[in-house]
Design a protein around this ligand. Structure first.
Ligand SMILES: C[S@@+](CC[C@H](N)C(=O)[O-])C[C@H]1O[C@@H](n2cnc3c(N)ncnc32)[C@H](O)[C@@H]1O
Length: 209
């Protein structure tokens, strides 16, 4: 099915609230420029709104006021989408690729987002260890290799909110050593969007220290 910005309207209204027009504006920009800029594959364009934007936005209620780092933001998923949905939260989008950083900066400017800093860096080279209340990531790497990139960025008591596929429980099993090394507790898989989105979103959530 090819979706439009009107697909799944109740989920869209619930996750974006008053920010819905901005969420749609970002999606339109990404649909228009995403393929030529190498941000989104042609096969993903027909389901950009539901599978990518709404699937990211559904994570918004898990965030709390404070500073969130999004590792490997790429086209802005989930970081820019979450920054739109949660203007009460500050975000640092961490992305090493110049072209993607230029895209993220252009969207921050065009959409007038006041709560976003874009940082061109690899996560392990940011020098922002211990800075963030929460860290998000989506489609960057398997949990075992993602933890060394994300966990050190958190303050003590901070939280990882990592978007994952159906293999999330197996990823946790394979990451046991890293989970111990980074002193993660309350490691859990949350399934979001059940009965609201056509495709549910899975999140691995864990606390550090
Ligand atoms: C497959 S893309 C996913 C992008 C976006 N999160 C999404 O869900 O569409 C992976 C992104 O992670 C970035 N990346 C890879 N290694 C990284 C690292 N060590 N630190 C920060 N970002 C990294 C890449 O440049 C790329 O933009």
């Amino acid at each position: 099915m090819i979706d439009t910005l009107e697909t799944e309207p109740s989920a869209a209204a619930a996750v974006f609230g008053e920010q819905l027009a901005l969420g749609r504006a970002f999606t339109t920009n990404l649909a228009t420029h995403g393929e030529e800029l190498g941000l989104i594959g042609p096969l993903e364009l027909p389901r950009l709104w539901t599978r990518h934007v709404l699937n990211c936005a559904i994570v918004a209620p898990l965030l709390r006021p404070g500073l969130v780092g999004d590792v490997g933001s790429g086209a802005g998923l989930p970081g820019l989408v979450l920054a739109i949905a949660r203007p009460d939260v500050n975000f640092v989008l961490i992305e090493p690729m110049e072209r993607r950083v230029a895209w993220l900066n252009s969207q921050v400017q065009e959409l007038g987002l006041q709560n976003v800093e874009v940082l061109r860096a690899r996560a392990e080279e940011t020098k922002r260890e211990g800075s963030f209340d929460q860290v998000t990531a989506r489609a960057v790497s398997a949990l075992r290799t993602l933890l060394p990139l994300t966990a050190p960025l958190l303050k003590r008591g901070g939280e990882l909110v990592l978007m994952k596929g159906a293999g999330a429980p197996a990823e946790i099993g394979a990451a046991e050593k890293a989970i111990r090394k980074y002193k993660l507790s309350a490691v859990e898989v949350l399934v979001l969007g059940e009965g609201i989105l056509s495709e549910e979103t899975r999140v691995i959530r864990a606390t550090v220290g």
